[in-house]
Design a protein around this ligand. Structure first.
Ligand SMILES: [Zn+2]
Length: 504
C-alpha cells in the first residue's frame, strides 16, 4: 500500500540549510550516502551515533505507546529502524539526533502539511516540525519490494529533545526572577506551538505509518483523562499564622474588601485551625473540591508542603499539625491522593527534598495513612534540568507533575502522556515518571473579572480538546485558594462539565 503525502513547505524561523544537507568533515562522524534516493535527495548524510541509553529509552517509550514487541536500532544510513519479531516489513525513521543534541535552542521550525486529511485528525492542518527548516517531500515513502516504509522526519529526535527538556540545560541567562526557565524562552513559544502536544501529534503520524506497514499488529490505545491536582500552599486564610501575621492578613482583607463578617471571625477561625480546618475559612475548599471530583468519578491529588527552605515563600503549616493530619485523613478516606509539594529551594537541594519526602511519609504513617508511592510537584514550579530529576529520584519519589510553565499554559514537554524521566546531560534514564502539567488556574483566570471568564473558559476547553485528540492526560493545577469567588467556582465546575460532556 503506497503511503503518499503531499508536502507544502512554508518555512518558519528557518535557520539555514535543511538539517541533513549540511556537509561535515569525515572525521566528525560516519558519512554514508542515503539509501533511498527517491525520498532523500541529499548528497551525504552525517550520522553521529545516538548513545545506547537514549535509544533504549526511546524504545521503551515506543513500546509503552504502541506495542511491547517493537525493537529500535540505529542504522548506519542515517535512520532508526523499527522491527517487530516475525514481521518482515521494516519502519525506518530519519535520524537527526546530532542536530537536536548540538543546537537545542536554535533549531529551525518548518511545518508539514498533509495532503491527505485521513492521515491526521481534522483540526490539524499542519504540524510544526522542529529541527527542519524545510519539510521533506514526500514525508513518508513506502517500498513494498524492499519491505520498508520510511518516515523522513526525525520523530524520535523530536521526542528526545522535547521530553528530556534538552533545551533547558545550561540556560542560566534565560531564567526568570524565580530562577525558572520561562515559557517565553522556549522554542515552542517562539515558534507558536506551545498549545499543541506536538510529540503526541507526530506519534499519531508514526502510528499511521505503523498501521500501514504492519496491518495485523495490534497497537495499544491510550485513553483521554482529566487529572485534577491541588497544591496546598495555604490551607487556611487565617489558620497557622502568628498573631502579627494574622493582624496583617486582616488588614489586607479589609483593603481587598473581603466580607467584613469573615474578617471579624478571623481570630476565632485561627483558634479552631489548631485542631481542625474551620469551615468558615475562605480557603477551606477541600470538601467542595473532593465532592466535585467524586461526582465526576475523578480522583483529586493534593500536594502538601513538608518543609521550609524559604520562610517568605513556603507554607506556615507543618504536616504534623492536627488540622493537617485530619485533612489528610479525610482526603485519604475519600479515595483521593496525597503527594509532596517540595518547598521553594528543593529543586536544587536533594538533601532537603529527601528530608521533606520522609517527613510526609512519617506524618502519614502516624496518621494511619499508607502511601504506596508518592508523587511530587515543586513549589512555584521551580525546576532545573537535570538537577531536579536527580533530587526527586534520590528522595524515592514515583512521579513528578511540575513540568508546565508558570506564566503560560500549554505543553512544555510537547506531550500530555506520562513518560519515564531521562537525564540529557548524563545520558541516562531515571526511575521516575514525568506527568507534564498542562495548565495552572492562575495563568488563565488572572484577576476575576466577569469579562475575562469567557476567554479563560475557552482556553481551558481548547487545551482539554488538544489532550482529548491525542488520548492523553489533561493535568490541571487548581489551588484550593482560588475557589473563593463564585466566578472561579463556575469556571471549575464548567471545566468538569466539559470533561464529562465530551466523554464518549
Ligand atoms: Zn506551591
Amino acid at each position: 500500500m503506497p503511503l503518499l503525502f503531499r508536502v507544502e513547505n512554508p518555512v518558519e524561523g528557518a535557520g539555514g540549510l535543511p538539517v541533513s544537507t549540511v556537509a561535515t568533515p569525515p572525521s566528525a562522524g560516519r558519512l554514508s550516502p542515503p539509501e533511498d534516493a527517491g525520498a532523500d535527495t541529499l548528497h551525504m548524510r552525517r550520522a553521529v551515533a545516538m548513545p545506547q541509553a537514549v535509544t533504549a529509552w526511546l524504545q521503551d517509550i515506543l513500546r509503552e505507546r504502541f506495542n511491547a514487541d517493537i525493537t529500535l536500532r540505529e542504522t548506519d544510513t542515517g535512520h532508526h529502524e523499527l522491527n517487530v519479531p516475525g514481521l518482515n516489513h521494516v519502519v525506518r525513521i530519519r535520524n537527526d539526533y546530532e542536530h537536536f543534541e548540538r543546537n537545542p535552542r536554535n533549531l529551525p521550525c518548518g511545518r508539514w502539511t498533509p495532503g491527505n486529511a485521513r492521515w491526521l485528525p481534522q483540526p490539524w492542518h499542519s504540524l510544526p516540525a522542529p529541527g527542519m527548516a524545510v519539510a521533506p517531500t514526500p514525508l513518508v515513502t513506502h517500498d513494498e519490494h524492499a519491505g520498508r516504509s520510511t518516515l523522513h522526519y526525525d520523530v524520535l529526535g523530536l521526542t528526545y529533545w522535547m521530553l528530556s527538556r534538552r533545551e533547558e540545560v545550561d540556560a542560566d541567562g534565560l531564567l526568570d526572577a524565580n530562577q525558572r526557565f520561562p515559557a517565553e524562552a522556549s522554542h515552542a513559544w517562539r515558534h507558536g506551538y506551545l498549545d499543541r502536544p506536538i510529540v503526541d501529534e507526530w506519534m499519531e503520524v508514526l502510528r499511521r505509518v505503523m498501521q500501514a506497514a504492519w496491518p495485523g499488529l495490534p497497537l495499544r490505545e491510550t485513553h483521554y483523562s482529566l487529572w485534577l491536582t491541588h497544591d496546598v500552599d495555604t490551607p487556611a486564610r487565617y489558620g497557622f499564622l502568628s498573631a502579627t501575621r494574622l493582624a496583617r492578613a486582616m488588614c489586607a482583607d479589609i483593603a481587598r474588601r473581603r466580607p467584613f463578617g469573615t474578617i471579624l471571625r478571623a481570630p476565632s477561625i485561627r483558634r479552631t485551625c489548631r485542631w481542625l480546618l474551620d469551615t468558615r475559612d475562605p480557603y477551606n475548599t477541600f470538601d467542595w473540591i473532593m465532592q466535585r471530583s467524586e461526582q465526576a468519578g475523578l480522583r483529586s491529588t493534593f500536594f502538601f508542603i513538608c518543609g521550609r527552605t524559604d520562610p517568605r515563600r513556603d507554607a506556615h503549616y507543618r504536616p504534623e499539625d492536627p488540622a493537617i493530619i485530619e485533612l489528610m485523613q479525610r482526603i485519604h478516606v475519600r479515595g483521593h491522593e496525597i503527594g509532596l509539594h517540595p518547598s521553594y529551594h528543593c529543586h536544587l537541594n536533594p538533601q532537603a527534598l529527601c528530608a521533606e519526602a520522609d517527613r510526609l511519609r512519617e506524618a502519614c504513617a502516624r496518621a494511619g495513612i499508607v502511601l504506596p508511592k508518592v508523587g511530587a510537584r515543586m513549589h512555584y514550579l521551580r525546576w532545573s534540568t537535570p538537577a531536579t530529576l536527580h533530587a526527586l529520584t534520590g528522595a524515592g519519589l514515583a512521579y513528578d507533575a511540575t513540568l508546565g510553565y508558570a506564566k503560560q499554559p500549554g505543553f512544555r514537554c510537547g506531550t500530555c502522556h506520562e513518560y519515564p524521566a531521562f537525564d540529557p546531560v548524563a545520558q541516562r534514564a531515571l526511575p521516575l515518571r514525568i506527568r507534564p502539567l498542562i495548565v495552572m488556574e492562575s495563568t488563565v483566570i488572572g484577576n476575576v473579572l466577569p469579562e475575562t471568564v469567557e476567554a479563560a473558559e475557552d482556553t481551558l476547553q481548547r487545551l482539554m480538546e488538544a489532550c482529548r485528540r491525542v488520548r492523553g492526560r489533561y493535568t490541571v493545577l487548581w489551588h484550593n485558594t482560588q475557589l473563593e469567588h463564585a466566578l472561579h467556582r463556575r469556571l471549575y465546575t464548567q471545566l468538569i462539565a466539559h470533561h464529562q460532556g465530551g466523554r464518549s
